[in-house]
Design a protein around this ligand. Structure first.
Ligand code: NDP
Length: 447
C-alpha cells in the first residue's frame, strides 16, 4: 500500500484499532487497488473508498432466551448492512461463540465484492450471534432463533436485506428463523435463502458453495493446462462447504484425503470415498458428532488439535472451515508436500503472509470472494425462483452455477491481466468486484 490508499488505511486502523479481522480484510482489498486509483482519479474525487469502508447501517441487539432447564441465557445479535449500491443487502448469518463486530464487518465487507463478482443484483451484508448451537437441543435452537428474529424482522425483507446461512446456520436454523419471520410479518415471502425444498428453497443451494468452489478451482487449473483429475485434495472443516467440495472433487476424479473440525483433523490417504462421505454427512448433519469418530470407523489417522495442512502430500488444498486457518508454517508444509493450488472455500482462511508465500512459490491461489461465491449466486437464483413462484430443476440450477463460476474466473483473470499483474487472482477479484460497486455509488450520488 502507498500514497492516498495507505493514508486512508492508517486513518481507519486508528479509528477501529481493535477490529483486527476487519482491518485485515480492508488491507487486502486496498492493497490491490493502488494502480486503479492512480489510473482512474474519479474514484478518489468521489471519495468512494472512504464511503465503502463504513457500513451503511449496523444493528446490534440483545437476545435473551430460555434454556431447557428454565434458565435465562443472553447472547448478542448483529446485522451489518454494508453496501446496497448493487441490490438488496445479502449475506449469511453466523452462529459461533467467536462472533463479534470485527468478524462480521470483515465478512460483510468481503461480501460486497463477492456479490458484485457474481454479476447479479446483490448488495453486501453479514450478521449473526455469539450463540453456540453445539450441544443445544432443537427446542433451544428454535427459541433462540425466535427471539433473534423478534428484532431482526423489522430490518429485513425481500427487497431490503435477505439473510442466509453460514457457520452454525444450516437448514434447521433457517427453518426456525423463517417460521418466526413469517409469523411476525404475516407474509410468505423469500426473505431468507437456504430454505427447505418444500417451502421455497432452491435445488443445489446446499451444494452451491462447495460445488462452486470446485468449479472455480477447475477453471483455474484448466487455464493453466491442468485439472483436478487424479489430484489429492486436502479439505479442512466437515460442515456444509467441506462436504460438497468433497462430493464435487470425487465427481471430477480427484481424491479428498482430509476433513477437520474445531477439535482436530483426520487424514485418510486411501481417499474419502462416496460411502465414507455419506457416513460423514450423517455424522455431522444428523448425529452432530465429532470428526474424530471417522478414525474409529475407518481406521484413518486422527490428529487432535491440528489442521490438515501439510500432514500428508497433496496437490490441492481447499480450506473450508474458518478465517486465518493457514499461516506461514502451514504454507511452508503445503509447498514442501507438493501443493500446486490453494482455493478458499471459507472466507479469508489464508493469512496475508501465507498468500504472499504462495504467490512467490507460483502456487495458484483462488481467493474466497471469488471462489466461494457460488453460495450467494444460487441464493440469488432462489430469490428469482421465489419471485416467479416456480422451481428450476437441479440440472438448470447447476448449469447456471457453472456459468456464473466460469464468468467470475474470467472476470478475475481479465482484470488481473489488464492491471499487468499476470495471474494474481487476488488483485483481479478485488478490482473486478470494486469497479461495479464504485461506479454504481458514483451514479447514485452521495447517499
Ligand atoms: P458449517 O458450520 O457447516 O461448518 C463449519 C466447519 O468448520 C465445521 O466443521 C466446524 O467445526 C469448522 N470450524 C468452524 N469454526 C472453526 C474454528 N474456529 N476452528 C476450526 N474449525 C472450525 O459452516 P459452513 O461450511 O457453511 O462454512 C464454512 C466456511 O465457508 C466459513 O468460512 C463460511 O464463512 C464460508 N462460506 C460459507 C458459505 C455457505 O453457503 N455456507 C458461503 C460462502 C462462504 P465444528 O463443527 O467443530 O464447529
Amino acid at each position: 500500500m502507498r500514497g492516498y490508499v495507505k493514508e486512508l488505511y492508517d486513518k481507519l486502523s486508528g479509528k477501529y484499532s481493535w477490529e483486527r479481522e476487519f482491518l485485515q480484510a480492508v488491507s487486502e482489498v486496498l492493497g490491490s487497488l493502488n494502480p486503479l486509483m492512480e489510473r482512474e482519479p474519479r474514484y478518489r474525487k468521489h471519495r468512494v473508498l472512504e464511503r465503502l469502508v463504513e457500513p451503511e447501517r449496523t444493528i446490534i441487539f440483545r437476545i435473551p432466551w430460555i434454556d431447557d432447564h428454565g434458565g435465562i441465557q443472553v447472547n448478542s445479535g448483529y446485522r451489518v448492512e454494508f453496501n446496497n449500491a448493487l441490490g438488496p443487502y445479502k449475506g449469511g448469518m453466523r452462529f459461533h461463540p467467536s462472533v463479534n463486530l470485527s468478524i462480521l464487518k470483515f465478512l460483510g465487507f468481503e461480501q460486497i465484492f463477492k456479490n458484485s463478482l457474481t454479476g447479479l443484483s446483490l448488495g453486501g451484508a453479514k450478521g449473526g450471534s455469539d450463540f453456540d448451537p453445539k450441544g443445544k437441543s432443537d427446542n433451544e435452537v428454535m427459541r433462540f432463533c425466535g427471539v433473534l428474529m423478534d428484532e431482526l424482522y423489522r430490518h429485513i425483507g425481500p427487497n431490503t436485506d435477505v439473510p442466509a446461512g453460514d457457520i452454525g446456520v444450516g437448514g434447521r436454523e433457517i427453518g426456525y428463523l423463517f417460521g418466526r419471520y413469517k409469523k411476525l410479518k404475516n407474509t410468505f415471502e423469500g426473505t431468507l435463502t437456504g430454505k427447505g425444498l418444500g417451502w421455497g428453497g432452491s435445488l443445489i443451494r446446499p451444494e452451491a458453495t462447495g460445488y462452486g468452489t470446485v468449479y472455480f478451482a477447475s477453471a483455474m487449473l484448466s487455464a493453466h493446462k491442468n485439472s483436478i483429475e487424479g489430484k489429492r485434495v486436502l479439505i479442512s472443516g466437515s460442515g456444509n462447504v467441506a462436504q460438497f467440495v468433497a462430493e464435487k472433487i470425487l465427481d471430477l476424479g480427484g481424491k479428498p484425503v482430509s476433513f477437520s473440525d474445531s477439535n482436530g483433523s483426520i487424514i485418510d490417504t486411501d481417499g474419502i470415498t462416496r460411502a465414507k462421505l455419506s457416513w460423514v454427512m450423517e455424522l455431522k448433519n444428523q448425529l452432530r458428532g465429532r470428526i474424530s469418530e471417522y478414525s474409529k470407523e475407518f481406521g484413518a489417522k486422527y490428529y487432535e488439535g491440528k489442521r490438515p495442512w501439510g500432514l500428508t502430500e497433496a496437490e490441492i488444498a481447499i480450506p473450508c472451515a474458518t478465517q486465518n486457518e493457514i499461516g506461514r508454517d502451514e504454507t511452508r508444509a503445503l509447498i514442501d508436500n507438493g501443493c500446486i493450488c490453494v482455493v478458499e472455500g471459507a472466507n479469508m482462511p489464508t493469512e496475508p503472509t501465507a498468500v504472499e508465500m504462495l504467490h512467490d512459490a507460483k502456487v495458484l491461489f483462488g481467493p474466497g470472494k471469488a471462489a466461494n461465491a457460488g453460495g450467494v449466486a444460487v441464493s440469488s437464483l432462489e430469490m428469482s425462483q421465489n419471485s416467479m413462484r416456480l422451481s428450476w430443476t437441479r440440472e438448470e440450477v447447476d448449469r447456471r452455477l457453472q456459468i456464473i463460476m466460469k464468468d467470475i474466473h474470467t472476470s478475475c483473470l481479465s482484470a488481473a491481466r489488464d492491471m499487468g499483474v499476470g495471474d494474481d487472482y487476488v488483485t483481479g477479484a478485488n478490482i473486478a468486484g470494486f469497479r461495479k460497486v464504485a461506479d454504481a455509488m458514483i451514479d447514485q450520488g452521495v447517499v
